[in-house]
Design a protein around this ligand. Structure first.
Ligand SMILES: Cc1cc2nc3c(=O)[nH]c(=O)nc-3n(C[C@H](O)[C@H](O)[C@H](O)COP(=O)(O)O)c2cc1C
Length: 135
């Protein structure tokens, strides 16, 4: 897929974590199409474990429902959205994840994919990571 080749060329060695999903906003979607090596390092998952899964695999009890809803709304509206929420590595360790999400639209305005640039955000002072981190 040309989009993935392009993003892989740009993001493959980038130290920012990069994830690309399809635009299927069904119950199980969106589905991950691509992650770079930095995303594997951030999450502890190998790309084979993530491709085809939903980024929701990273969520858990301390992930803010409100932040998820705002992200979902922006995706449906085709709007860029930045947020910080609690995610969980494969090991179960929580971390605060800063997400900058860009929906990719067709000329007709339909969502066909989305890209997110992600990095671990510093802990909030005086908070444990599982409690802090909601925007
Ligand atoms: C490109 C992309 C990357 C995403 N990355 C994450 C992520 O790293 N962590 C996370 O908790 N949610 C992430 N999401 C959001 C979830 O996939 C989902 O859209 C969000 O939980 C809202 O939908 P829901 O209310 O159905 O859960 C990402 C979404 C997209 C489109």
């Amino acid at each position: 897929m040309p989009l993935i080749q392009l993003i892989s060329a740009l993001a493959g060695d980038n130290e920012l974590a990069v994830v690309v999903t399809d635009g299927l906003l069904l119950a199980s979607g969106p589905h991950i199409l691509y992650v770079n090596a930095a995303f594997e390092r951030l999450t502890g998952y190998a790309s084979q474990e993530l491709i085809g899964a939903s980024p929701r695999i990273l969520q858990g009890p301390a992930t803010s429902l409100a932040a998820r809803k705002r992200l979902s709304k922006a995706l449906r509206a085709g709007q860029r959205h930045s947020t910080t929420l609690v995610n969980y590595r494969k090991s179960g360790e929580p971390y605060r994840c800063a997400i900058d999400m860009f929906p990719l639209l067709t000329p007709e305005g339909e969502l066909f994919a989305a890209v997110a640039l992600e990095r671990e955000a510093p802990r909030r002072r005086g908070r444990r990571p599982a409690q802090g981190g909601e925007d």
